[in-house]
Each structure stands twice: as structure tokens, then as C-alpha cells.
Design a protein around this ligand. Structure first.
Ligand SMILES: N[C@@H](CCC(=O)N[C@@H](CS)C(=O)NCC(=O)O)C(=O)O
Length: 312
């Protein structure tokens, strides 16, 4: 089903879609990518369950942006038949004894392997998927060391400075000053990510010998012509930003002054797997809206308080 772009984000030309489609998941199109090393963080994962299963299980729900980061990698790799995706409610919910025995943080996503190893944290699950299934579909890892560093920086900024405060957009009750402060931090991080996109582009322009050299048209993904783990990490959260900040906080356009982020977001929406994630998350956000979430959490009241800045 074709995705109808919101009017303020209309894609400039059909040719753009054609370019994006041309890069989709043809294994030969990913020759420039390298195999990654085994993730050190996995050594710390705990074996806590003996639950029998022949395939890994991903505990997640469609609206979860952290879970969507893993789902997008699986979609790009064409691995869905190899992973069973379950709602945490199937084992009693995030705070149930069984779930907490698998992930003491009581958060999703969580991947449980057939041997019972439980791997929480979207970054760690992502690294595991990239390592373990490096021979399935595209590698989704930039081959150039500097591009790879920028991809890692993007996901780190996302994980450290955005995810812990994203609840200011939809959670509550919350102290009003804290909500406003967190929102201002989100505004700041949007610029930090635009800078990463600028740096990645500049590198490609300055390094024509690089495997990731990408003359005109540049991008459209964070590290060039091919999607990578950073695109999967950031896009679901930008779906939140693009939907929530204008609708409930009055922002005119989350991409204003951030042209590279806008081009990237549009490319992600035009990608078959990206579009699928977009629709999954939007459906969840629309359900939240229907259920009055922005009233019950106090967001709609908070934004009426003129003592704080809500609109950027
Ligand atoms: N750092 C974690 C964050 C996980 C997280 O906050 N997940 C949310 C859903 S996107 C969650 O489980 N929220 C429910 C809760 O905190 O009770 C990761 O990257 O996986």
C-alpha cells in the first residue's frame, strides 16, 4: 500500500522513490558492507530461562520504538520466519514474575533464544542480530570506519540523550517543569542528529576513494546509499517526533532547519520496510489518541501553561 506522506513532508519527486527502491535488499547491492565483530556486551547477558523454543522469540508490541528498531533490522534482513514476535502479555506482562526473571528492567524489547539466553536492550539485541545473522540479507553495517563511528554516535545519542526522556511527549502525570525541560532537550538532540548527518555527508564528499563515496544524489540513508543499524535505531523514534510534537505541542515542523534529517526521514518512509514500521507505530499512536492518552497523562493541560515553552 503506498504511503501518503503528510503534506508538509511531500517527497519532491517520484524519481526519489525510484532511487530508494533501487537500493532495497538485493544482496548484491550490499557488497560494500563488512562483517561485524562479536559484541562484547553479549558476554554479560544472562541465561535465566529454559523455555523450550526452536526459534528466538522477540517480546515486543508494534508501537514500541525501541522494539521497532529490532523489527526493522529483521524486516530488512528478511528474517521474520526465523523469529517469533510475541506480546509480553503472553507471559503476564512486563512486570510479571516470569518476564522480570528474563529482564529485571521490565522493559521491551527482549529476545529469548532457543537455549534460554535472555537478551534485553534494543542496542544489544540489534548487535546480536547483526553478528549472528551476518550471512542473512544485508549486513546493515557501514564498511567505512568513520561512517561506522558516526552511525554508532547516532545510536548512542539516541539511547543516552533521547530514549530516557522521550516519555515527556506522552507519559504522565509528570512534573510540568520536568516535562518542559525534557522537551527542550529533545529539540537540542534533533540538532545534534542533523550535525551527524552533515558530518557523514561531508565525509563522503571529501573521501571519493571511500567505499561509501556517494556522489549526487547523496544518501539518502544516514551513512550513504545503504541503510544501516543507525537508520533502524533512529527512525522509529522520529516517527514519534513527527507525529506527536506538531499534534500535541504545536510544533510547526520537526524538520525545520534540519534539511538532511527531512530527506532521510522521507527516504525511510518510502522504503518498504521503513513504511511498514511507520504504519505499525502510527497505528499504535492513533490508538493512544483514541483512548485519550494525551488528556489522561496531563499533556494537553500542561501545554496550556504559558509559563513554559512547548512550541519549538
Ligand atoms: N534502553 C531500553 C529502553 C526500553 C524501553 O524503555 N522500552 C519501553 C517501550 S519502547 C518500555 O518497555 N516501556 C514500558 C515500561 O517502562 O514500563 C532499550 O533500548 O531497549
Amino acid at each position: 500500500m503506498p504511503y501518503a506522506m503528510p503534506s508538509q513532508h511531500a517527497i519532491s519527486a517520484n524519481a526519489f522513490h525510484a532511487d530508494v527502491r533501487a537500493f532495497r535488499r538485493s544482496p548484491s547491492a550490499f557488497r560494500g558492507f563488512v562483517h561485524s565483530r562479536k559484541s562484547a556486551s553479549l558476554r554479560n547477558a544472562r541465561v535465566v530461562s529454559t523455555r523450550a523454543s526452536t526459534t528466538p522469540t522477540l517480546y515486543d508490541v508494534p508501537v514500541s520504538n525501541n522494539g521497532a528498531r529490532v523489527r526493522l533490522l529483521l524486516y530488512w534482513k528478511g528474517m521474520e520466519s526465523q523469529i517469533s514476535i510475541k506480546n509480553p502479555s503472553e507471559i503476564g506482562g512486563l512486570k510479571s514474575e516470569e518476564y522480570l526473571s528474563l529482564n529485571p528492567q521490565g522493559k521491551m524489547p527482549l529476545m529469548v533464544l532457543p537455549d534460554g539466553l535472555a537478551i534485553p536492550e534494543s542496542e544489544v539485541i540489534s548487535q546480536y542480530v547483526l553478528d549472528e545473522y551476518s550471512d542473512v540479507g544485508p549486513l546493515l553495517i557501514p564498511s567505512d570506519a568513520k561512517q561506522r563511528a558516526l552511525a554508532t554516535l547516532a545510536t548512542r545519542i539516541h539511547d543516552i540523550y533521547i530514549v530516557p526522556i522521550q516519555g515527556c511527549m506522552y507519559r504522565g502525570p509528570m512534573d510540568i517543569a520536568k516535562r518542559a525541560e525534557d522537551l527542550s532537550q529533545i529539540y537540542k538532540q534533533l540538532d545534534a542528529v542533523e550535525k551527524i548527518l552533515q558530518d557523514a555527508k561531508q565525509l563522503r564528499v571529501n573521501t571519493p576513494s571511500s567505499e561509501d563515496y556517494d556522489p549526487i544524489p547523496d544518501g539518502p540513508f544516514i551513512c550513504g546509499q545503504e541503510p544501516c543499524f543507525a537508520d533502524a535505531g533512529l527512525f522509529p523514534t522520529w516517527v514519534f517526533f513527527e507525529r506527536i510534537l506538531p499534534r500535541y505541542f504545536g510544533w510547526k515542523d520537526v524538520f525545520s532547519g534540519r534539511p538532511l534529517t527531512q530527506t532521510w526521514f522521507e527516504a525511510m518512509c518510502a522504503d518498504t520496510c521503513g513504511e511498514r514500521i511507520l504504519l505499525e507505530i502510527r497505528k499504535g499512536l492513533d490508538d493512544w489518541h483514541e483512548n485519550g492518552r494525551w488528556d489522561t497523562t496531563g499533556v494537553n493541560d500542561a501545554v496550556k501553561d504559558g509559563n513554559y515553552t512547548w512550541k519549538y
